[in-house]
Design a binder for this molecule. Structure first.
Ligand code: FAQ
Length: 328
């Protein structure tokens, strides 16, 4: 900038921003982390808020399909495991809301958008869980897809997000394992139980592939997110990786993969899926999936029913700040 004349010289503010931008670019290029107090481009901030809050909402709405089975799980052990899993999901939502809050949005704003139907959450949670085997299929396929998508996010360039993901991924591994075990027991039980397992896998397989998002040529956010090292792989790359991971697991379970066009490509050494039903994906994103309406309705009711808890907690905090005695 040394050659700029007085006329064209950038303002001190613009110069400061240029310097900050260079520092930001250098951190990203060196594979280091951006922390909440660091300067960051406005689009980086807003895109992170978008992705992290959607992810948080997914965890919270994602409690519903499984919570539906807590009272009906087939044994005390299964109930205890399922309660622990659903509680973990609430915890994941909280880590993620906290990570998003470091970017300057409040938890109230995010929640309000969700209950107003103005925020996205994962398409996968708009499907029903009619049988116990669906709980196995969610653990195996949905948590399996979540792990595949989220392990690379542990290296996301934004520190609080990457760190939250490390803990979440550890817990997701337990979730995936318990789902596999449910399906394994059913698949090795009576013919009727095996059929339950197969039907559930048939219901959840394609929607779980849609969790990875639209195909790369229809993914408006991917290129920028990858340049910022938030995402490390494209939607299709991760989807195909997941498909490849499922193939030997289908064999171990003794269940059929519903994709009749699935083939192994010798040239690339990868499994290639048959076509996905993108019309179904778009319908679910537009709010027309099997359970969209009831998921939001339930979340709204839970929020309203919890108003007294939030008020009591706020009052308690206010009294503590003032040093007033709070009854035990
Ligand atoms: N559902 O340009 P892209 C879990 C939206 S795991 C709904 O490709 P991006 C664990 C996307 O937001 C589930 N919307 O977007 C669990 C964007 O809309 P926008 C949650 C989707 O961000 C297991 C538009 O389409 N996991 O909860 C979906 O680069 C069991 C264009 O898409 C995460 O959120 C979808 N499937 O890539 C809990 C992981 N796909 O914002 C309970 C973190 C795309 O422009 C039980 N997120 N859209 O209006 C990510 O990795 C990314 O955000 C992707 C999408 C890969 C989901």
């Amino acid at each position: 900038m040394g050659h700029t004349t007085a006329h064209t010289q950038a303002s001190p503010d613009a110069q400061a921003t240029e310097h900050e931008q260079q520092r930001f670019d250098a951190i990203i290029a060196a594979d280091q982390r951006i922390e909440p107090r660091d300067w960051m481009p406005e689009q980086y901030r807003s895109s992170l808020i978008r992705q992290i809050s959607q992810h948080a909402h997914s965890e919270i709405i994602g409690m519903q399909p499984e919570a539906n089975w807590i009272s009906r799980a087939p044994s005390l052990k299964r109930k205890a495991i399922l309660i622990a899993k659903v509680q973990d999901e609430a915890g994941h939502g909280l880590y993620l809301y906290s990570a998003a809050q470091t970017l300057g949005i409040t938890r109230e704003e995010m929640t309000q958008k969700l209950i107003d139907g103005k925020a996205r959450y994962s398409s996968i949670f708009n499907y029903h869980t009619p049988t116990w085997a669906d709980i196995g299929a969610i653990g195996w396929l949905v948590d399996g897809a979540a792990i595949c998508n989220q392990v690379p996010l542990c290296r996301a360039s934004y520190g609080p997000y990457g760190r939250a993901m490390v803990r979440i991924c550890k817990e997701e591994s337990f979730h995936q394992r318990q789902g596999f075990e449910i399906l394994y027991e059913l698949a090795h039980g009576t013919a009727e139980q095996k059929q339950l397992a197969q039907d559930a896998v048939d219901r959840w397989y394609w929607p779980s592939l849609m969790m990875f998002g639209p195909s790369d040529d229809a993914s408006p956010n991917s290129a920028r997110s990858m340049a910022w090292k938030i995402k490390r792989f494209s939607n299709d790359e991760l989807r195909q990786r997941f498909v490849g991971m499922c193939v030997p697991q289908f064999e171990a379970l003794g269940l059929e993969c519903p994709d009749k066009d699935l083939r192994f490509d010798e040239a690339t050494g990868t499994w290639i899926s048959g076509p996905l039903d993108w019309d179904e994906f778009r319908a679910v994103l537009d709010g027309r999936g099997p359970a969209n309406t009831e998921r939001l309705e339930h979340r709204r009711t839970a929020h309203e029913d919890g108003a007294w808890v939030r008020e009591a907690a706020a009052e308690y905090a206010r009294k503590q700040r003032r040093g007033e005695r709070v009854a035990a």
